[in-house]
Design a protein around this ligand. Structure first.
Ligand SMILES: [Zn+2]
Length: 174
């Protein structure tokens, strides 16, 4: 009698498929504020983001992208503006909490890569690229080669704002 064929079961399978997320954020620039982008400060910036938290537009866009990949709302839901406990909050903690919410919703979720665009007229961000990439990659648990960062200017259309847009891709494994 022929041995029964054993169906090959992969050690891991991509049960939940892939999830893409998108987020964007903008803040008005104001004197007397530090400018934070991706958890990295830009010391030569004459103005920073006017915001209830530290105003890190890049981390806010990434946080919303992470939440949106699993339809978990946005950071305004989880961190209501105006609350005393979020005043001048380090936005790295916001991103950390968003990643925890994803882990609770989908324990097999693994972030594959992320890409972001920061739009700022001045100062030039090029000299800070490696530091911002390293900072974001660390918070996201990604190798730096899996975080794409693009810098743009508004060509004078929004000289008083800092803006960020971000996409993330997750795979859900069993
Ligand atoms: Zn923001």
């Amino acid at each position: 009698m022929a041995a029964m064929a054993v169906r090959e079961v992969p050690a891991r399978s991509l049960v939940g498929g892939s999830r893409v997320g998108y987020g964007e954020d903008a803040h008005r620039l104001a004197a007397g504020r530090a400018l934070w982008l991706g958890g990295h400060s830009i010391p030569e910036a004459p103005r920073g983001a006017a915001a209830h938290s530290d105003g890190d537009a890049l981390l806010h866009a990434l946080s919303d992208a992470v939440l949106s990949a699993f339809a978990l709302g946005d950071i305004g839901v989880h961190f209501p503006p105006g609350q005393p406990e979020t005043a001048d909050m380090d936005s790295r903690l916001i991103l950390k909490r968003c990643l925890e919410l994803v882990a609770e919703r989908a324990p097999g979720a693994r972030l594959v890569n992320a890409a972001a665009v920061v739009t700022l007229d001045a100062p030039k961000l090029g000299p800070h690229r490696d530091a911002i990439v390293a900072s974001c990659a660390e918070f996201l648990g990604l190798a730096p080669g899996r975080f794409g960062l693009t810098f743009k200017t508004s060509e004078g259309l929004a000289p008083d704002h800092v803006q960020a847009r971000a996409t993330v891709l997750f795979e859900v494994w069993r």
